[in-house]
Ligand binder design. Structure first.
Ligand code: ATP
Ligand code: MG
Length: 147
């Protein structure tokens, strides 16, 4: 149940968000969305995306999660109002060790593997992932799984 797993992940990530005075909101259009897959991998995928949303958003920002059950698919959104990603970086974002701003990323810590792992898990679950971003406005990751 995608809804339940996302609620568990919010519980795990809330302390990290609170440290930066960031609020995590969750919107969904039903109480239960059942998909087939590995629970731990699904949670790891959400953790990596929310970790980024917190890391690349300034103090006092917002992270919005959405889970929508549609006719034939589930859509999951991780939306932040953070620093954004310049367009030229978007095509390579899911590569292993790829980081947008090396200096900035080094000071924030991390290895550049988070999104490569996300992409791998999405592929295992026969889903797809898209990213939309505007520098200075924020970033949206959209994941779609077939029902
Ligand atoms: P790791 O996840 O391994 O700790 P990381 O966060 O640098 O390190 P990824 O999660 O793979 O690595 O992300 C790759 C790069 O994409 C990041 O270094 C960052 O520049 C950019 N990025 C990812 N998510 C966001 C986001 N929500 N907002 C702005 N930039 C992002
Ligand atoms: Mg990361």
């Amino acid at each position: 149940n995608v809804i339940e797993l996302i609620e568990e992940v919010i519980y795990i990530m809330n302390p990290l968000a609170k440290n930066k005075d960031i609020i995590i909101d969750f919107e969904n259009n039903c109480n239960e969305i059942i998909i087939y897959g590995d629970r731990d991998k699904f949670k790891q995928m959400m953790i990596n995306l929310i970790d980024n949303a917190i890391k690349y958003t300034n103090e006092g920002g917002k992270v919005l999660l959405k889970a929508l059950k549609l006719d034939k698919q589930v859509e999951i959104y991780v939306i932040d109002n953070g620093i954004g990603i310049p367009k030229e970086h978007l095509p390579r974002l899911f590569e292993r060790f790829y980081r947008v701003d090396k200096a900035r990323s080094r000071s924030l810590g991390g290895t550049g593997l988070g999104l490569a792992i996300v992409k791998h898990i999405v592929n295992l679950m026969k889903g797809k992932i898209d990213v939309y971003s505007e520098v200075g406005e924020g970033t949206t990751f959209k994941i779609t799984f077939p029902l």
